[in-house]
Design a protein around this ligand. Structure first.
Ligand code: THU
Length: 154
């Protein structure tokens, strides 16, 4: 028997260490969170996608009384971006979440959104940087591979 150990490289930034594109999509994600439709959880998530054509496309979680019918902010943003700019490549995505009157310290994409990020990265033929906003620090990965090793491929 041999053992495989999987490690992830997570970069931890202060807001001031980010470049202007990174700051911009974080601000857009924070702003988008305020328009989330989250009457059931009260957990308002915003996401902003930066495309290689320079466009920024945002999304937020959209809940439904039939709970599984709702959708996370990350997928709303990515699907929105791909529907409007099908030829563009996604370069990065920022995520921020607002709960009980403040932005939460840690937010990371759920499993289903990670699966969609895997496909988006494959489609973009480039790694997608993921910025996870926190009030004190911003976690960042250079590729979804860090958050979803051994992803399903067909
Ligand atoms: N949610 C997101 O939009 N993104 C995440 O990364 C985690 C969870 C949403 C789903 C649901 O509307 C609410 O947050 C509470 O789970």
């Amino acid at each position: 028997m041999k053992e495989l150990k999987i490690t992830a490289k997570i970069d931890v930034y202060n807001y001031e260490e980010l470049n202007s594109d990174e700051k911009k999509i974080i601000e857009e994600a924070k702003c988008a969170s305020q328009n989330a439709y989250a009457p059931y959880s009260g957990f308002k998530v915003g996401a902003a996608v930066l495309l290689d054509n320079g466009e920024i496309v945002t999304g937020n979680n959209q809940e439904n009384v039939a709970y599984p019918s709702g959708l996370c902010a990350e997928r709303v943003a990515m699907f929105h971006a791909c529907s409007v700019f099908p030829q563009a490549k996604i370069k990065s995505i920022a995520i921020a979440a607002f709960f009980n009157g403040d932005f939460v310290e840690k937010i990371s994409p759920c499993g289903a959104c990670r699966q969609v990020l895997v496909e988006a990265e494959k489609r973009s033929e480039n790694p997608i940087k993921i910025l996870m906003f926190g009030k004190n620090e911003i976690l960042s990965v250079e590729s979804i591979k860090e958050l979803m090793p051994l992803a399903f491929k067909f």
